[in-house]
Write a protein that binds this ligand. Structure first.
Ligand SMILES: [Fe+2]
Length: 263
């Protein structure tokens, strides 16, 4: 059987295979390989039978924050739906958004399942999820595509810190393990969004000021879904420093210099 060129490219990108072509691999191949390396199963890899509700409720404040995070993850089909529509001619963006939709759904599913398993109240209801989506749809997408890609990248970046920090404080070991899975996914999601922005900046460097402005005026996408969306712990210096570094690496401009220029 003769494989189509795309299949050969995929084949040659396997870790054990030598590259058969000097052509750079499409971004979606890298995304797919990274997603495959990071894959985990809600059903098989979370030790559901060992969930300890009593231990979990020792930190009901963390459970409340995770409930808000689950609601925020549930909102992906609305804002990523808009983004998918706006990036129809960008193959890598379509793949990155598809992975985000699937894995964001996994995060929602796992978090809601965990909250239900420990008997967290008030339990999330489907009517609540629909109401959140209806509110967001009534407002519509906020900002240009580039601005929303920046918001997406930084939201994912801070989400990775948020889940990692909550995991460090979790009193139930099962929750700590689950949050480690989710935090690792968010690192990959932030990088995927960053790569999409890097491609756009390379094609048109005039978008750099828009990227920097969007970072300065950053709002987590989840704010359209829930008030007080938890992004990272307040005053988490590492999260804040790495937030700035990520933008500066992408734009080749220091945020502070960008702000000075605006004075
Ligand atoms: Fe994500």
């Amino acid at each position: 059987m003769t494989l189509p060129p795309s299949a050969l490219d995929l084949h040659s990108s396997a870790p054990s295979g030598a590259s058969r072509s000097a052509t750079p691999r499409p971004g979606y191949v890298r995304l797919a390989a990274a997603a495959d390396r990071g894959r985990w199963s809600v059903e098989r890899d979370v030790r559901w039978s060992s969930v300890d509700p009593a231990r979990a409720h020792e930190r009901s404040d963390l459970l409340a924050q995770l409930c808000t995070a689950a609601l925020s993850e549930s909102y992906h089909p609305v804002h990523l739906g808009w983004m998918l529509h706006d990036t129809w001619d960008d193959i890598d963006a379509g793949a990155a958004i598809a992975f985000e939709l699937y894995e964001g759904f996994k995060h929602f599913h796992a978090l809601r399942s965990y909250l239900d398993a420990v008997g967290f109240e008030p339990a999330i209801t489907d009517a609540e999820l629909v109401a959140i989506r209806a509110n967001a749809r009534a407002v519509g997408p906020k900002g240009s595509l580039v601005e929303r890609l920046v918001e997406f990248m930084l939201s994912e970046h801070l989400a990775s810190y948020f889940f990692r920090r909550i995991g460090e404080q979790a009193t139930d070991a099962v929750l700590a393990e689950l949050l480690a899975f989710i935090a690792a996914d968010e690192v990959r999601h932030a990088q995927a969004a960053s790569d999409l922005l890097a491609t756009r900046i390379a094609a048109d460097p005039s978008v750099v000021p828009t990227v920097l402005d969007a970072a300065v005026h950053f709002h987590h996408f989840g704010e359209q879904a829930v008030p007080d969306v938890p992004v990272a712990l307040p005053g988490d210096p590492l999260a804040i420093r790495s937030f700035t570094r990520r933008i500066e690496r992408l734009c080749g401009v220091r945020l502070v210099d960008h702000l000075k220029r605006q004075l």
